[in-house]
Design a protein around this ligand. Structure first.
Ligand SMILES: [Zn+2]
Ligand SMILES: [Zn+2]
Length: 462
């Protein structure tokens, strides 16, 4: 979330001489965020009012904005706890740096040290068997509460193994359970204990250009597990979806099960509220949208309903809800999205979904050629034409099985691990299972129709 105030005239810290990073001659540090004048080797990020560190601790918090803070009652403490990057300042800085630096901008010099520090710490981290434990989690959309009852308007509760790789967690669990589109916008997970960020490696999402507003850099989320981001029950993990809209969520660890009690099976328990529409401008605007809906007349409600149903997660990539009520969580639909995601290949982040409108005759064919030139082995470029107008969606998909690191059982979602070996379906060699039993269950439920070779699951699998 960027604060609405324009870039203020400010005093450049340390007379424009940073403690560690090197500015190119001619760069006076104008618009460079204050934090980059510090020494990253000794930098100690400051927590927000709820004791959580957001976005590596690079930005001030909303609570430090006198204007927002004085509006007490209007802005809740979850929102005041968020990092407030100055969108205008970061945009001005980006333009300036583009002209002065070919590479290794001061921001990059600083983040390189910060990332390396965290990488080392993760290498030495003792997970204390947490990755062998299932956890009950609750994901809540931050600061989106009913004005009167103060209850969170959009949340989901589910059980998952903490041994799941963060990339698979986002792609096959969080996105489908919430109701967001898979492989569309960029995202980060935050370890609130130190503000460390994790996100998709080589993401091609259009919104990833706004990275200077959400933390500048992150560690690759396909190398770390959910268990790396928390230590005990009650801990929270941040989840930011879409660097443009900045949909803020927090994931609370409600319960940690012992390894003996853990099965690895993903189970959706409960929830509330429809997922907002993609591109509906983030938590605060959607909260206003819901407040307006509460008070709206019948015709106004119908117009708002159309607005939601026109968004990609309801129109192009999901079923419109059978009952339109922003307060309702359709658990059956969420379970269907989850099982579909579990039995599919992992998203190809370098080929994220984009919406294209051909600008000239033959434009689509030209783009087809360019895209196929960039495809790696085992990848396909898929297109989905809109039913109205000339636009179409393009995405790169994988037609090979997932890497061992990121794979989960296509039936239950149990992740592969040091003591968990997943077996490949011998028919299609695409999906993996934690047990012969789950292979049978999945075969009967859906895989019989999807498997490229119509074989019986009892056949030898390797
Ligand atoms: Zn299984
Ligand atoms: Zn198969």
């Amino acid at each position: 979330m960027s604060s609405g105030s324009p870039a203020r005239v400010r005093r450049i810290p340390y007379g424009g001489r940073p403690k560690y990073v090197k500015l190119s001659p001619g760069d006076d540090g104008e618009f460079l965020a204050d934090v980059f004048f510090e020494d990253p080797r000794t930098f100690s990020p400051k927590p927000g009012p709820l004791g959580q560190i957001h976005a590596w601790g690079l930005y001030p918090y909303f609570s430090e904005d006198p204007e927002l803070n004085s509006n007490s009652g209007e802005v809740d403490e979850e929102t005041l706890n968020l990092a407030a990057s100055d969108g205008m300042q970061s945009m001005m800085r980006q333009m300036k740096a583009q002209m002065m630096y070919y590479k290794n901008r001061p921001e990059d010099q600083f983040m390189k040290v910060i990332l390396e520090r965290k990488r080392q710490q993760l290498k030495d981290m003792d997970l204390k068997q947490l990755d062998k434990c299932d956890v009950m989690v609750k994901i809540t959309m931050t600061g989106m509460r009913n004005k009167i009852t103060k209850e969170s308007r959009v949340w989901r509760q589910f059980k998952v193994s903490a041994g799941i790789t963060l990339s698979a967690f986002q792609d096959k669990v969080v996105a489908p359970i919430m109701g967001w589109v898979r492989n569309f916008h960029c995202y980060t997970f935050t370890d609130f204990r130190d503000g460390a960020l994790f996100g998709p490696e080589s993401s091609a999402s259009v919104d990833s250009m706004h990275i200077a507003q959400v933390g500048y850099a992150y560690l690759p989320d396909n190398k770390y597990k959910l268990a790396h981001l928390f230590g005990k029950e009650g801990d929270q993990i941040g989840y930011l979806y879409d660097f443009g809209d900045k949909w803020q969520h927090h994931i609370e660890i409600l319960k940690i099960y012992s390894p003996e009690e853990s099965t690895g099976k993903i189970e959706i328990i409960d929830g509330k509220g429809m997922c907002p529409g993609e591109n509906m401008n983030g938590n605060l605007e959607y909260a206003d949208f819901l407040d307006k809906y509460d008070r709206a007349s019948y015709t106004e409600k119908a117009a708002q309903k159309r607005e939601v149903l026109e968004t990609p997660n309801y129109k192009s990539f999901g079923k419109p809800p059978s009952l339109f009520d922003p307060a309702v969580f359709d658990i059956k639909a969420a379970r269907e999205r989850l099982s579909e995601a579990l039995s599919s290949s992992a998203s190809v982040r370098s080929g994220a979904k984009t919406f294209n409108i051909p600008m000239m005759p033959g434009g689509e064919a030209i783009l087809d050629d360019i895209t196929s030139g960039h495809l790696k082995k085992g990848q396909t470029s898929t297109k989905q034409h809109a039913d109205d107008g000339p636009g179409y969606w393009r995405e790169t998909t994988s037609n090979t099985k997932d890497s061992r690191k990121e794979a989960v059982c296509a039936s239950c979602g149990k992740p592969a691990g040091p003591d968990v070996e997943l077996k490949t379906c011998s028919g299609c060699r695409m999906v993996l299972y934690c047990s012969a039993e789950h292979q049978k269950v999945h075969w009967k439920a859906s895989h019989k129709k999807q498997c490229t070779r119509n074989h019986t699951p009892q056949e030898k699998s390797s």
